[in-house]
Write a protein that binds this ligand. Structure first.
Ligand code: SF4
Length: 365
């Protein structure tokens, strides 16, 4: 770890304070890129703070997340696909995808000896993937530990997936227990799995870059393993991730540097649960949008705050664009009612608002 990385890690640890720690996963990174302008989320995630706990402390517990039943079912399905050195997975790849996998070397990277620390597992993953690339040996890498730089802070990623080497190309394998019925799966679930796989592909490409190899040795197609026809039998399909890779890669590169965001909080600030927490969170700029409801644990807290402040953000990005930068609902209403004279830059919008109000009053008559 470089000195700059060490300093940043120390500052983020201070910011987390006594708040419970969690860590980034592919889902949180994909969600982060859905709202790249939100400093609040970026800081909480960079400091590895558990946003669910923070939301509960603020009195706005999140209302989404997998049910315990779905989590158990997912774990059971994954264990079955990976049992006996991924025997079932290999059968699927050979029979359903007709991949040529002559001999198999299997490495479980969940721990290194008794050591399960992120950095040790990452180094071991790097070493084994590097050896596999030069020797051509080694096919399946279960639970590899990957890293991705998120706005200047390092996030460790522990995929439930397997990295698979076929003919010198690595593939990310994503195992999901949702059903494929008559060859069709829920598009929203497939899209979410594709976004997660894309994050793993980006992290694996980063690892290969560090090893001095071409990042293109990680395929842009991932292998999605799902449950067939509501049974526990698995089926496999190739998923083209080029679009997701382009979007997530571009948005990750646009995230504001964590160093700059840390300057927003005074020294000594922390997310430690307690009476100061609400003020600490409120002092960090957020960018609420209705999309937060499906992607961020703090959505109910941020929506309430945006409503209290009369922010037009609660109405969605389309309305915000139409309002051309007017950010307060009281201003919008005053312009519509004609009690506020617009500046020249808002004259067109004010005219539109007045006409819309007149129409509305006419319809209501
Ligand atoms: S819910 Fe709040 S913290 Fe989360 S992304 Fe939206 S605005 Fe940011």
């Amino acid at each position: 770890m470089t000195l700059a990385e060490h300093t940043l890690t120390t500052r983020l640890d201070e910011l987390r304070g006594d708040a419970p720690a969690t860590r980034h996963n592919a889902r949180t990174i994909a969600a982060l890129t859905a709202n790249p302008g939100c400093a609040r989320r970026a800081l909480l995630d960079a400091a590895a703070v558990d946003k669910t706990v923070i939301a509960q402390e603020l009195g706005f517990p999140p209302k989404f997340g997998q049910s315990p039943f779905a989590i158990t079912r997912g774990n059971t399905f994954e264990a079955m696909v990976k049992a006996h050195g991924c025997a079932e997975l290999l059968r699927l790849l050979r029979e359903e995808l007709e991949l040529t996998i002559p001999e198999v070397g299997y490495h479980d990277l969940e721990t290194v000896g008794d050591n399960a620390s992120n950095s040790v597992r990452y180094q071991r993953t790097k070493q084994l993937l590097g050896q596999a690339l030069t020797s051509g040996q080694g096919t399946l890498f279960d639970h590899p530990m990957l890293r991705l730089e998120i706005a200047g802070a390092i996030a460790y990623l522990e995929p439930d997936v397997v990295a698979l080497q076929i003919g010198g190309l690595f593939h990310v394998v994503e195992i999901k227990s949702f059903a494929v019925v008559d060859g069709q799966a829920d598009p929203a679930q497939v899209a979410s799995a594709a976004r997660q796989s894309a994050v793993y592909v980006l992290a694996m490409r980063e690892l290969l870059r560090e090893l001095g190899h071409s990042p293109d040795l990680v395929a842009h197609n991932s292998i999605l393993v799902c449950a067939k026809d509501f049974t526990n039998r698995p089926t496999a399909a190739l998923v083209d991730l080029r679009k997701q890779l382009a979007v997530i890669g571009r948005q990750l590169s646009r995230l504001t540097s964590i160093d700059t965001l840390l300057d927003l909080v005074p020294p000594g600030t922390s997310f430690t649960p307690g009476e100061d927490l609400a003020n600490t969170v409120a002092a960090i700029p957020s960018r609420y949008a209705p999309e937060c409801m499906s992607s961020c644990e703090l959505a109910f807290a941020c929506r309430s705050e945006a409503r209290t402040q009369g922010s037009v953000d609660t109405l969605g990005r389309g309305v915000c664009d139409d309002l051309g930068g007017i950010d307060n609902l009281d201003t919008v209403l005053a312009l519509a009612e004609g009690t506020l004279e617009p500046g020249p830059e808002h004259a067109d919008i004010a005219e539109m608002l007045r006409r819309a109000r007149a129409l509305r009053l006419e319809v209501a008559r």
